[in-house]
Design a protein around this ligand. Structure first.
Ligand SMILES: Nc1nc2c(ncn2[C@@H]2O[C@H](COP(=O)(O)OP(=O)(O)OP(=O)(O)O)[C@@H](O)[C@H]2O)c(=O)[nH]1
Ligand SMILES: [Mg+2]
Length: 439
């Protein structure tokens, strides 16, 4: 038997619940359910400092919930938080109905949307880790089904304990095997990336909240139309890279998986390798949906920043693109430009602002070039030709001890040449940027 975290959810009618200190907005949970193919039968939320550690809702609210579920004819309860195994078990017992949490729903959607071999491995890994933590809960659940109601079953040690241990060991073995296979695919990607870096094409990554319009923007920027776009959450899981041109220079643009509030950490871990793409890009374009209201926009931007920090990309050069500006009236646009003065307002759908975005991307790149003075020994022929490729125009002078070179090197590649640098760590002067080599 499968746990309630797996399997298709067709014909299920979910009752949505949330508990927390603020007024709950269950819109996103419903959107997740819609994406997962589950109908929504009703909703109920409770304001309390934090969810009840044992049952998520308090006693009274739980009775109210039970009543509401019956009236709505729901057959599933969906919770807008990640539940502790204990909360999930107790809730299922109290409501006599399967309960799924936000994490399980997101995992389910990811499993459904993964297409590449690597994407599938990543999701499988995340699901296994999620289930591993819940195995005890699952077992208790099965026992309860098999043996009728066992009161005080929580925490009891029984014959099933050894079964749990076996299951856990199997799951751990499987997790280890998956991680090995993922490391192999990552190895291949590293090789590909190393090649791209050598080819000196600057990389730009699109990151942002799910459904913000990243894939649409990729299509708009590259003038292609072959990256799939849909009004559903987590449509894109596998990164797509396309090349495009600004001012005669080629750039690579990568579309990445969308983020969401309370993104399951299992998924962040599993996708970390893919997200490294974003991590190593010269520039991360953070795409936000400008048509959301003020609070929602701020929250989503913060959620994306959080995930970027979690994967170690907080320090990368970043640019905010306020997308879907076609849906925003003139007043709000002015407000937005006050609030986010450095952001570019664009519409991937209408093409408005795409030219501005191109300009800013180019300016950022030229700005990031690092002026270097190098003395490269003649024996380092490989490095010399690489420099020629990378820097385009450069000044060179042959001396007795090697080739003296002045060049502007893409920041990402600079570290490879630091060992040749003259007078150590630069000359301390903040270089003006009037000397950008024209392509
Ligand atoms: N009005 C308007 N709609 C847009 C714009 N950009 C994207 N959309 C719509 O927003 C929805 C989501 O677009 P996607 O490009 O798939 O979004 P995404 O960020 O790639 O989403 P995930 O892959 O799910 O993370 C689609 O229905 C698009 O047609 C825009 O500039 N204006
Ligand atoms: Mg997408």
């Amino acid at each position: 038997m499968q746990s309630s975290t797996n399997g298709r959810r067709a014909r299920q009618r979910a009752f949505c619940i949330a508990a927390g200190p603020h007024e709950a907005d269950l819109g996103e949970l419903k959107e997740l359910l819609r994406t997962a193919g589950v109908a929504v039968a009703g909703e109920l939320s409770q304001r309390r400092p934090e969810p009840d550690p044992d049952r998520y809702f308090g006693k009274g609210k739980l009775a109210e919930l039970k009543q509401a579920i019956t009236e709505a004819d729901a057959n599933l309860v969906a919770v807008d938080d990640e539940l502790k195994p204990r909360q999930e078990r107790n809730l299922e017992q109290a409501l006599d109905m399967p309960v799924i949490d936000r994490t399980a729903i997101i995992l389910d959607i990811f499993a459904d949307h993964a297409h590449t071999a690597e994407g599938k491995l990543q999701v499988e890994l995340a699901q296994l880790e999620y289930n591993l933590a819940r195995m005890r809960g699952l077992w208790t659940h099965l026992e309860r089904l098999g043996a009728g109601r066992i009161d005080g079953g929580i925490g009891t040690r029984g014959p099933g304990e050894t079964q749990i241990e076996t299951d856990r060991r199997l799951a751990r073995d499987q997790i280890a095997a998956l991680k090995r296979r993922l490391r192999q695919t990552k190895g291949t990607r590293d090789t590909m990336r190393a090649e791209r870096e050598r080819a000196s094409v600057p990389q730009v990554a699109l990151a942002g909240y799910t459904n913000a319009g990243k894939s649409t923007l990729l299509n708009a920027l590259t003038g292609e139309n072959n990256v799939s776009v849909r009004d559903r959450l987590f449509h894109t899981l596998d990164p797509t890279t396309r090349s495009f041109e600004i001012g005669g220079r080629d750039y690579l643009l990568t579309d990445t998986v969308g983020f969401i509030r309370k993104l399951p950490h299992e998924l962040v871990d599993a996708f970390a390798a893919t997200l490294e793409e974003a991590l190593t890009a010269e520039l991360i374009v953070h795409v936000a949906d400008a048509s959301q209201d003020e609070d929602e926009l701020a929250e989503r931007i913060a959620a994306v920043d959080e995930v970027l920090a979690e994967i170690g990309a907080a320090e990368r050069p970043r640019l905010l693109a306020l997308n879907k500006i076609d849906l925003v009236d003139a007043d709000r646009r002015r407000e937005l430009s006050f609030r986010f003065p450095r952001a570019v307002q664009v519409s991937a759908a209408s093409g408005e602002g795409i030219g501005d975005l191109n300009e800013v991307i180019e300016a950022q790149f030229l700005n990031s070039l690092r002026p270097m003075e190098l003395l490269v020994p003649y024996a380092e022929g490989g490095s010399l030709s690489e420099l020629h490729e990378l820097a385009g125009e450069l000044e060179r002078e042959d001396t007795a001890s090697g080739v003296l070179i002045k060049a502007r090197v893409p920041a990402g590649a600079a570290s490879r040449f630091e060992r040749f640098e003259l007078n150590g760590d630069g000359d301390g002067s903040a270089d003006g940027n009037g000397t950008a080599p024209d392509a």
